[in-house]
Design a protein around this ligand. Structure first.
Ligand SMILES: [Zn+2]
Length: 532
């Protein structure tokens, strides 16, 4: 089976930028790419698809997202702003969700950001009770570092007013000290995991692969052909494996296995579309929830200096152990205090200037200020970061970081220092749409229109590289994906405009006409390719 794709602009992202007019696909791989004449002559019997001048780019790669969570939250009430501008709108959406939520499952909403609400505060348990009385309801913050529970959910979760503050997190309280329903960090993660797990279990055999399939379809519509799932556990791995066996995966999935699940998840390359070779650790919290571990204190509630999940020695021991066992280690670190601790841990297994063969990573790296970036560069650390945070969460960052906010997510400086920066979304924390991330990597504009770190903007090509060649490197797959070159897998996206030529502001409006994985379309807006 041979296919020639032609009459298109090819943005190959290959190191040698030889112009191409056609691409030959054979057995799921790129057999040839170059001048149209030559490619067609090389395969006289091939089927030919003309793209009418559309643009072909490499399949996009999300180096850090939460695929299973995307599938899970796809079924929740959309309580994001501006769709739900105030608490009354959130209540209405939860009421509707209650009608379609099966008995035994919690009524679930997601996507709200308190600083975008008209009231500029978290909804309370009492407000959730008004919307959903008598049965459990949960409303997830867009950052997934906080949520609000109603009274029935608090009761089912075993949380009562007299409760002391939890380790690694916090409970919101009213003026009398009673729980107001807001839960931050560690207990929030536990709740999310429990709810996800309970609902996966309830779906029963066969249906949890469908949850992965639903997520994959969403991602494919954004042009994504590969994704790192940054929260792989035994049960979600089972769901991925089921989807893989059933041919339901629309991406190549690289699982970052949560550190305490390493023994519970089979490691290795399971198929061409499913691998688990890396381990995920959380060092601190999130920036918009002000739980990232920083030096100094936050100028805004809940104040404090954030939450560090591990002491330096403990983290160092974990890194040493995982490195010895051959794993790539990927550590969530947002605040400068957390990043420093992580670099200290990495420095015990890496020598400055001697490379980083396992490609140990920092996930996010928000407040990686210049001295930390210089250290990370010397150690060869790869950073999987999220340009799309700038438009979605940037105003919250500005409030939490004040005059240092221009130094957050300093992509241009990091790259100049020598760091490989991979693009990602952290979806469902924000949208998985990489075109939004590409725009934000160029423009760095927040929702309110402020530019964070104006000197840190990338070129369009540099922004696209984050989601192609750099992200491929971050998952040890640069010989297979990330650019359009002979021998690589035929993962590519057909766009109606060239993102390198478009006005940056217009990039999110570029239409994804088709997403092709290993030569097979996994998403099509029309009927470009046969056989889907
Ligand atoms: Zn994440």
């Amino acid at each position: 089976m041979e296919l020639v794709v032609e009459d298109a602009v090819f943005v190959t992202m290959a190191a040698d930028a030889a112009p191409a007019g056609a691409m030959l696909i054979r057995d799921g791989r790129i057999a040839d790419i170059g001048p149209a004449e030559a490619v067609r002559t090389a395969a006289p019997g091939a089927e030919v698809v003309g793209l009418g001048g559309a643009t072909v780019i490499p399949g996009l790669i999300d180096a850090h997202c939460h695929v299973a969570d995307v599938g899970y939250l796809a079924a929740a009430a959309d309580c994001s702003q501006p769709a739900a501008p105030d608490i009354a709108a959130i209540q209405a959406r939860l009421r509707q969700a209650a009608d379609r939520t099966p008995e035994g499952s919690w009524v679930t909403g997601g996507g709200y950001a308190e600083y975008k609400l008209r009231e500029a505060r978290h909804p309370t348990r009492a407000e959730l009770d008004q919307a959903v009385p008598g049965r459990p309801a949960v409303l997830y913050h867009t950052s997934l570092h906080a949520c609000v529970l109603n009274t029935a959910a608090l009761r089912e979760a075993g949380l009562a007013d007299g409760q002391p503050g939890p380790p690694g997190g916090a409970f919101g309280r009213d003026s009398q000290g009673r729980l107001d329903g807001v839960v931050y960090e560690a207990p929030m993660f536990a709740l999310f995991a429990q709810n996800l797990r309970r609902d996966i279990a309830r779906m029963g055999a066969g249906a949890d692969g469908g949850l992965i399939q639903a997520a994959g379809r969403r991602l494919a519509a954004f042009g994504l052909t590969a994704a790192c799932d940054a929260d792989m556990r035994r049960d979600t791995f089972a769901a991925f494996a089921e989807a893989d066996a059933g041919g339901l995966l629309s991406q190549r999935i690289y699982g970052l296995v949560v550190h305490d699940q390493v023994g519970a998840v089979r490691q290795g390359r399971h198929s061409g579309q499913l691998a688990t070779e890396a381990v995920k650790i959380w060092a601190d919290g999130g920036m918009s929830s002000r739980t990232a571990a920083i030096h100094g204190t936050y100028p805004v509630p809940p104040h404090g200096s954030g939450i560090l999940y591990f002491e330096r020695d403990e983290l160092t021991e974990m890194v040493r152990d995982l490195d010895t066992r051959g794993f790539q280690v990927c550590i969530h670190a947002q605040g400068d205090r957390a990043i420093e601790t992580v670099l200290d841990a990495y420095a015990t297994v890496l020598t400055p200037g001697a490379g980083n063969p396992r490609r140990h990573r920092i996930e996010h790296g928000g407040a990686m200020y210049p001295p930390l970036a210089a250290r990370a560069a010397a150690l060869g650390i790869v950073v999987a970061s999220q340009p799309g945070f700038l438009s979605a969460l940037g105003d919250g960052f500005a409030a939490a970081f004040g005059d240092r906010s221009d130094q957050l997510y300093s992509f241009a400086s990091w790259q100049r220092a020598g760091i490989t920066v991979a693009g990602s979304s952290d979806a469902p924390v924000i949208t998985a749409d990489p075109l939004i991330g590409i725009r934000d990597a160029i423009l760095r504009r927040t929702g309110d229109g402020r530019v964070l770190g104006p000197a840190e903007g990338l070129s369009a090509r540099g922004a696209l590289a984050l989601y192609t060649t750099r992200a491929a490197f971050a998952c040890h797959r640069e010989s297979e994906i990330g650019s359009l070159e002979p021998g690589k897998l035929a993962d590519f996206v057909v766009l109606d405009q060239n993102p390198l030529e478009a006005e940056p502001e217009q990039i999110p409006g570029i239409a994804v006409l088709a997403t092709v994985l290993g030569g097979t379309p996994v998403h099509q807006a029309g009927d470009i390719f046969p056989g889907s």
